[in-house]
Design a protein around this ligand. Structure first.
Ligand code: GLU
Length: 427
């Protein structure tokens, strides 16, 4: 080993811990449904948490130390399921929250998985492919005691993709001496990936927006639509909402945001983005900040970036008819109260972005059976899952006059609580 460089430092900000937010949301639902105290004690904390510190050799020959996490919140209804993110702002508390949201997400769409999440504290943007591969393979090795097709199944999340899933899967397969294709989802098609997986989250968002518009009696044709984030979820959501007739008027990414009340063609923007890697310099648009973007007048708003974008501070100025959460945890409980009072129809993350994990479930089933479905079959099944879950959550919300987030959490917690009671407490 040559020189050891200091690892990434955790970015500090004045935001509330996402874990506290996830627990607050849980407590609200548990209270409303009168959940037993012992179950509250079990379900409001993660089952298992692993922190790993590991070295990675960089291209310049130095060795750099990184920190990563894999948290399993709950595995009562099935193996842990959830993505792995690479981001400089990753913390254990963030991963705990994301793991907990995965439990409720899988339960709300009724797929037989628990909830898990992983993350590495790293800004991957300046890293070479080789450095990313080294980081991924070593991280996979460090968390391998938890990973398995019937134990815990990672997937892509912020700044991770098909290639990273392929390296992860190969690393675990090399350790076991045989191909283990079902240990991750979101893989390339040539490696047991599923048709429709890369579009699934955005497609699910568009199904939810269509259902919400139908319920509200709202015409999506020409409806001004703002999308925050232009990664996998944001870009596909924009494309699919555009196909539904929405007029995309604003889009943002990490480098900045653009606004054009006459409409932006997301197909052209995707092409532009491939060349310049950002939407920020797209022609004929007004430049706005990421925060200003959220407050622009629109009918449909899709936050598809990171947590805690809509808070007690800005919620009163955010007035879409439909707020469709493509990201995980974009709205704080303080903001939720204000949005509900202002009649904003919030489609909560655990429902709205569940299309990704739903097709992950289809991928896992296909891998285990070594029998692959065509894309039409996958999209049809996805639509069925999303539409019926939307109906179930919305019916519950309307019956009790409560926000959809509370209704979705109640539905999800009921399912996990029932499975826990049926399994009983060991020993
Ligand atoms: N990372 C995605 C999510 O937050 C997908 C998870 C998965 O497919 O396991 O839902």
């Amino acid at each position: 080993m040559q020189r050891v460089r200091r690892g990434e430092t955790i970015m500090s900000n004045d935001k509330k811990s996402p874990y506290l937010i996830a627990q607050e949301q849980f407590d609200l639902a548990a209270e409303f449904m009168g959940l037993e105290e012992d179950l509250r004690g079990i379900l409001r904390v993660p089952k298992r948490e692993l922190t790993v510190n590991f070295p990675v050799r960089m291209d310049d020959g130095t060795v750099r130390a990184f920190t990563g996490y894999r948290v399993q919140h709950n595995t009562t209804r099935g193996p842990g399921k959830g993505g792995i993110r690479y981001h400089q702002g990753v913390t254990l508390d963030e991963v705990r929250a994301l793991a907990m949201w995965m439990t409720w997400k899988c339960a709300v769409v009724n797929i037989p998985f628990g909830g898990a999440k992983g993350g590495v504290v790293v800004d991957p943007t300046p890293m070479s492919m080789r450095e990313l591969e080294n980081l991924t393979r070593r991280f996979a090795t460090e968390i391998s005691p938890l990973i398995g097709a019937d134990g815990d199944i990672p997937a892509p999340d912020v700044n991770t993709n098909q290639q990273i899933m392929a390296w992860l899967m190969d690393t675990i397969s090399m350790h076991s001496g045989r191909l283990e294709s079902a240990i991750t989802t979101g893989k390339p098609l040539g490696l047991g990936g599923s048709l429709g997986r890369s579009d699934a989250t955005g497609r699910g968002v568009s199904f939810c927006v269509a259902q919400a518009a139908k319920f509200l009696g709202m015409d999506l044709n020409g409806a001004p639509t703002i999308v925050q984030g232009f990664g996998n979820v944001g870009s596909v959501s924009a494309l699919m909402l555009h196909d539904l007739g929405c007029k995309i008027t604003g889009i943002g990414d990490v480098y900045g945001a653009i606004y054009n009340p006459k409409g932006i063609d997301p197909h052209a923007l995707v092409k532009h983005m491939k060349k310049t890697r950002t939407v920020a310099d797209y022609p004929d648009c007004e430049r706005v900040t990421s925060q200003e973007l959220l407050e622009l007048q629109c009918d449909v708003l899709v936050p598809a970036a990171l947590e805690e974008q809509i808070t007690g501070e800005n919620a009163a100025r955010i007035r879409p008819k439909i707020l469709a959460e493509g990201a995980n945890g974009p709205t704080t409980p303080e903001a939720d109260k204000i949005l509900f009072e202002n009649n904003v129809f919030v489609i909560p993350d655990i429902l709205c972005n569940a299309g990704g994990v739903t097709v992950s479930y289809f991928e896992w089933v296909q891998d285990l059976q070594s029998f692959f479905w065509d894309e039409g079959e996958i999209n049809k099944r996805l639509k069925h899952v999303m539409d019926s879950s939307f109906q179930a959550v919305n019916e519950r919300a309307q019956a009790h006059k409560i926000p959809l987030r509370l209704a979705a959490n109640i539905l999800a917690i009921e399912r996990v609580a029932e499975a826990t009671r049926l399994r009983g407490i060991y020993p």
